[in-house]
Design a protein around this ligand. Structure first.
Ligand code: KIV
Length: 272
């Protein structure tokens, strides 16, 4: 059932700003491959994020740091082939934009050229100002990401809630305003107090998408594999599971294995 206020045959960065103005919440999910991206797109999510969380959920790394630009492009181009309506945003992976703004621009151009995606996302505020400016000047839409920025996990030392202290909250608010002024079309806020997220969403005109940032923002994003219940291990407070695919898939695979071993699969109707 769709609760959309307006229909958007193709979601653009401008549609997202319009949605914020209309008070329509934005639905965003990650996807990394053609099949699941097609399902996410067909079921009406407004935005598909090809997140560097692929490093965790697809490749099995402990952090998002190891995934490469070429690996992100491989995932992104599969997603782009499936997305008929959703806006496709791709994470700039760790180490492809922090060194200097020229490298950041080269990385963003490579993503746009080789994957066909519509926008990039990168983590950080003030320290990434020049890179964001340069990418935007080249006509590439940029989404910011503040709060818990997983590429900085070794600086933080923990995946706990960020910006609980006043100094960090003040910096986050000022970074959010700077991202808006630079011309970013949106902002992800990850794992920060709901009150602070609300303050950010109310003080800037671009859409704020939350993950673990409460309900008073302009939209929500979750990692698809988490919300589908593919794993039982990851259980943060902010995660709502909409399915239990861990059980469904495990049961299907064990039934199949039993049928193969017993010789009941394939039967007469399942052969030529
Ligand atoms: O990589 C990712 O999936 C993300 C979301 C958690 C926002 O950045």
């Amino acid at each position: 059932m769709s609760t959309a206020k307006k229909s958007y045959p193709r979601v653009t960065t401008n549609s997202l700003i319009q949605m914020k103005q209309d008070g329509e919440k934005i639905s965003m999910l990650t996807a990394y491959d053609y099949t699941l991206a097609g399902l996410v797109d067909g079921a009406g999510a407004d935005v598909i994020l090809v997140g560097d969380s692929a490093s965790n959920v697809i490749a099995g790394h402990e952090t998002t740091l190891p995934i490469t630009l070429d690996q992100m492009i491989y995932h992104a181009s599969s997603v782009v082939r499936a997305a008929k309506r959703a806006l496709v945003i791709v994470d700039l992976p760790f180490g492809t934009y922090q060194a200097d703004s020229k490298e950041a621009l080269r990385s963003a151009i490579k993503i746009m050229k080789e994957s066909g995606a519509h926008a990039v996302k990168l983590e950080g505020g003030e320290q990434e100002k020049q890179s964001i400016e340069r990418i935007l000047q080249a006509g590439i839409p940029v989404m910011g990401h503040l709060g818990l920025t997983p590429q900085s996990i070794y600086k933080f030392g923990t995946y706990t809630v960020r910006a609980k202290e006043e100094a960090e909250a003040k910096q986050l608010l000022s970074d959010a305003k700077m991202l808006e002024e630079l011309g970013c079309f949106g902002l992800v806020l990850e794992k920060i107090p709901a009150k602070l997220a609300q303050q950010v969403a109310e003080s800037i005109s671009i859409p704020v998408i939350g993950i673990g940032a409460g309900n008073a923002v302009d939209g929500q994003v979750l990692v698809l594999h988490d919300m589908l219940g593919m794993s039982k291990e990851f259980s943060p407070r902010f995660l709502r599971r909409y399915a239990d695919l861990h059980t469904t898939i495990s049961q299907a695979v064990s039934e199949y294995t039993a049928d193969v071993k017993s010789g009941s699969f394939p039967n007469e109707k399942e052969q030529y």
